[in-house]
Design a protein around this ligand. Structure first.
Ligand code: DSN
Length: 401
């Protein structure tokens, strides 16, 4: 690069990534092909509109890139183009979710999603997100005893609130999600069922987590988490007489965005192809084996996992332990000093503040991409335990003397 300053920073970031153990549940390491497509010439092109209907000239190849990405996205989830269509233009997960509300929910009407503090995303209705500013957000929570979804309670709440859209799919929920039960709830109150599968999309593509497609009306996903693609997102719509896809397309462009990022779409196409290969199935299964091993090992070492375990790529570790441990912020900071990157995270019914909650979130998607297996997870668990206990000991000595 001619720009030595930015070149150096990129090199430093590459070397940082190489040195640490990355347990951020929403991150991954993309292939060289994905990187090559991201840094490619389609970034120079404006292509407002959709394949065959653009506002600028010179888009013959853009049309081919976007159409190929759409075909590959459908294939990665075994969807028939007669039953599902997909918009691959959302720049990332948040705009994808907002586009769905823009398409389907009149301003001021209700959306019902999981509270951020219980594992939902900001765009599932938090009051600082456009989702909670322009729409009325109804929040559901996990069950206080099991820390898992209570579908009976959820149905009661949905029947009372009658939201236009129910959102299922989370950013910090370690357990399996019963999409069929959500379908029944949505049908009972006449709502659309929107699934945000961003976190588990790669596991679904790899056949290691239940697919929401038999039950949802709309499915949104980012491409960069377990799917291992570029930072990007897409929205799948069921094809029927409700014309969902047409409404979604209008909401994405011109409703919310301008020109699509074609280099990003090309890179997403590469990722969808990779996710359709047999090797990706092995990857997805290994991610789950690794998380389960990490969780079990931490439990053996005396730690509490929210909901008692995990069925996915992530787990929530209660580091506060009702005041006997340390806060999530301190835990993630001392882990970082020890070369383990994780993020602080609220646990359900957290008594502490969001900027210093009671836990951390750990995910194995990135380290599984690097080839880590169960034996490595056991080592990582012991390392986490040692780092956190050292810190706890320091606190107890400070309190004693
Ligand atoms: N920030 C992402 C996550 O870490 O889950 C969600 O947008």
């Amino acid at each position: 690069m001619k720009d030595k300053e930015i070149e150096k920073l990129i090199k430093n970031e590459t070397s940082r990534q190489k040195k640490v153990i990355n347990l951020i549940a929403s991150e991954n390491f993309v292939s060289r092909d994905v990187l090559a497509a991201l840094g490619s010439t389609p970034t120079n092109k404006y292509a407002e509109g959709y394949p065959g209907k653009r506002y600028y000239g010179g888009n013959t190849i853009s049309d081919k890139i976007e159409s190929l990405c759409q075909r590959r996205a459908l294939k990665a989830f075994h969807l028939s183009p007669r039953k599902w269509e997909v918009n691959v233009q959302p720049l990332s997960g948040s705009p994808a979710n907002i586009a769905v509300y823009l398409a389907l929910v009149p301003q001021g009407k209700k959306i019902m999603g999981m509270s951020l503090a219980h594992g939902g995303h900001l765009t599932h209705g938090h009051n600082v997100s456009a989702a909670g500013i322009f729409w009325r957000a109804v929040k559901y929570e996990v069950d206080p005893k099991t820390e898992t979804l209570n579908y009976r309670k959820l149905k009661k709440q949905a029947l009372k609130e009658k939201p236009v859209v129910i959102v299922a799919g989370y950013t910090a929920y370690p357990r399996v999600i019963h999409w069929k039960k959500f379908r029944e709830i949505a049908d009972a109150c006449g709502a659309y069922l929107m699934v945000d599968m961003s976190h588990v999309a790669g596991l679904i593509a790899g056949g290691a987590f239940p697919s929401p497609f038999p039950y949802a009306d709309i499915v949104t996903t980012t491409v960069h988490k377990t799917l291992r693609g570029p930072r990007s997102a897409c929205i799948f719509s069921k094809i029927d007489d409700r014309q969902l896809g047409k409404k979604i397309n209008k909401a994405v462009f011109p409703g919310l965005q301008g020109g699509p990022h074609l280099n990003q779409i090309a890179a997403a196409a590469v990722a969808f192809r990779e996710a359709s290969q047999p090797a990706f199935k092995r990857y997805a299964r290994q991610v789950i084996k690794n998380t389960k091993t990490l969780g079990t090992e931490l439990q053996k070492l005396g730690w509490r996992l929210v909901s008692g375990g995990t069925d996915s790529h992530l787990l929530l570790l209660d580091t506060w332990l009702l005041g006997k441990g340390i806060g999530g912020k301190e835990a993630s900071e001392c882990l970082e000093r020890a070369g383990i990157i994780a993020n602080m995270n609220a646990i359900p019914f957290d008594t502490r503040k969001p900027f210093d909650p009671s836990g951390i979130r750990l995910g194995t998607a990135a380290e599984t991409t690097r080839g880590k297996k169960e034996k490595d997870m056991k080592k990582i668990a012991r390392r986490i335990d040692a780092v956190l206990r050292k810190r706890m000991r320091k606190h107890s000595q400070q309190n004693t003397f």
